[in-house]
Design a protein around this ligand. Structure first.
Ligand code: BG6
Length: 514
């Protein structure tokens, strides 16, 4: 990893120890949504904080015929609309936009990559980017292989050397199943080495997700109880109120299992389930995460219904607004059986987790937006308070709230004041908002900066991606054997189909209502 302390006019007044070495970032698919909504706003916010290296440059690469100035103006509008800090600060922008340029090119045209090469050489000369490059694949996944081949063919991929480096950032979806993910990995490896590849999963960039590791491994009291000896089960919920927005074309081919579970939710599971790593280094952490993923019990296609249940939203009401059903959405097959809700039960066959089910549930058009991990502990072995408590004692639940209302709470039983012993559940809590008076950066800010540093702990390694695809592919194969005539429906604005309640009730448990 190369870092250097360099002068940066935007850093004035900030006492930072290091910034990454100067570099250029090429965004393939620069006219797309991701660039406007996430990448440019993240880079701009890094600029405000003085975290970008001097001479940092962004090259937009896309098909449209645009001048540098038009592209810059478009990016300024995007930042104005989507940045967490708005409106744009003209002084910061003026310096930042000097590093933005545009290359008009097709993904398939090898000649266009020569143009790109010339632009990068210009930046090296004029802005001192020193041959350091990040190629960001924000293009449709079908184009990944072509782009990578052309970069290699045009001689634009150097080794990760001491003098300069080249890195590749790959967005999701990373394949459609295990086979295609392996094929994509093989293909990337024909041009890039594994240590040059940064597979991005924006959940890992969230402060609250990183804090799971701090919570587990920087506090001595939780690790001893973090196992089957004390934990009954774990529920991971990612509920969204939004529908599929204008992504019908993509979503109808993907579905919730691929869109959310394969990546974000299995990442959450692996951070909760991993053994303590030896260090916080990229390989040490990822070695432990991948072991957890590999320990997930295989799901045979015939038994798929024991492990997964799906649903699709019908018309309904969300936050006081009437919304249409999934099949009425644009670019969705009116007879689609794609799932917009899925719940799965995963068993991790390890000493730590034997017999502790992990229930994962995600859906669009749910009543509330909430992402949380609830660790439900076993009930007390013998209750002294049974007869006087009124209702049965609830077990302790530790809830890690990823978003919104970021924080952690622990549900405990407490005595209600008064002459008799009556118990009630109360929450002990920590809230980011009241403990730290700083706004959390967006996940992309953290991840882009890490990539510039060559720090890959929060990116998914090849073996992790493949290990995460394995159980997902098994479920998909099970579903493919008997394609449903009718996928369970749920009204928009509810917590999923009745089948999901029956699914967990079979184990004598119930879903939380966050
Ligand atoms: C994306 C999915 O990866 O994550 C979207 O493709 C989903 O469907 C989004 O809405 C959720 O991200 P967040 O950060 O809003 O929880």
């Amino acid at each position: 990893m190369q870092t250097a302390t360099v002068e940066n006019p935007l850093r004035e007044g900030l006492r930072l120890e290091r910034v990454p070495a100067p570099c250029a970032m090429v965004i393939f698919g620069a006219s797309g949504d991701l660039t406007s909504r996430k990448l440019m706003p993240a880079l701009y916010n890094l600029a405000i904080e003085g975290l970008l290296p001097s001479g940092f440059s962004v090259v937009g690469y896309a098909r449209r015929d645009l001048t540098h100035d038009v592209f810059r103006a478009q990016m300024r509008d995007a930042v104005d609309k989507y940045s967490r800090r708005r409106p744009v600060d003209p002084t910061v922008w003026e310096t930042f936009e000097q590093g933005i340029s545009y290359v008009q090119g097709n993904f398939e045209e090898s000649g266009d990559y020569e143009k790109l090469g010339k632009e990068l050489e210009r930046l090296d000369k004029e802005r001192g980017t020193a041959g350091n490059r990040i190629y960001y694949l924000a293009a449709p996944p079908v184009a990944y292989q072509t782009i990578v081949d052309n970069l290699g063919g045009a001689g634009l991929v150097g080794e990760e050397q001491d003098e300069s480096w080249t890195r590749l950032v790959v967005e999701k979806p990373f394949g459609r199943d295990l086979g295609s993910a392996i094929a994509l990995n093989e293909h990337l490896h024909t041009v890039f080495r594994e240590k040059q590849i940064y597979r991005i999963d924006h959940y890992l960039g969230k402060e609250t997700v990183q804090n799971i590791m701090a919570f587990r491994f920087a506090n001595g009291i939780f690790e001893p109880i973090w196992s089957r000896n004390y934990i009954d089960h774990v529920q991971i919920t990612v509920a969204e109120t939004i529908g599929i927005e204008d992504r019908g074309g993509y979503y109808d081919k993907a579905g919730a299992l691929r869109d959310m579970v394969q990546n974000h939710m299995l990442q959450l599971l692996s951070v909760i389930g991993m053994e303590p790593p030896i260090t916080f280094g990229a390989d040490a952490v990822r070695d432990e995460k991948v072991k957890t993923l590999r320990a997930i019990r295989p799901i045979s296609p015939e038994a798929v219904d024991e492990f997964a249940v799906r649903g699709q939203y019908a018309p309904g009401w969300v936050a006081g607004q009437e919304v249409e059903g999934y099949r009425q959405e644009a670019k969705v097959n009116p007879e689609s059986v794609t799932e917009t809700f899925v719940a799965v039960k995963l068993l991790i066959d390890s000493w730590r987790w034997a017999g502790v089910p992990f229930y994962l549930r995600t859906g669009k058009r749910m009543p509330r937006r909430v992402t949380e991990i609830a660790i439900q502990f076993k009930s007390v072995p013998h209750s002294l308070f049974k007869s006087t408590a009124g209702s049965p004692l609830e077990p302790n639940v530790l809830t890690l709230r990823i978003q919104p209302d970021e924080g952690i709470s622990l549900k405990i039983a407490a005595k209600v004041p008064g002459p008799s012993i009556r118990l009630r559940s109360v929450n002990m809590g920590f809230l980011y908002g009241t403990s730290f008076f700083v706004e959390s950066p967006d996940a992309y800010e953290r991840l882009l900066l890490d990539c510039m540093y060559g720090e890959s702990t929060l990116f998914t390694r090849r073996d992790e991606t493949e290990a995460a695809w394995k159980p997902i592919t098994e479920i998909l194969e099970g579903w493919a054997i008997a394609p449903p005539q009718r996928i369970p429906q749920y009204d928009a604005g509810t917590w999923g189909p009745a089948e999901a309640d029956a699914f967990i009730a079979r184990d004598g448990r119930s879903w939380r209502r966050p």
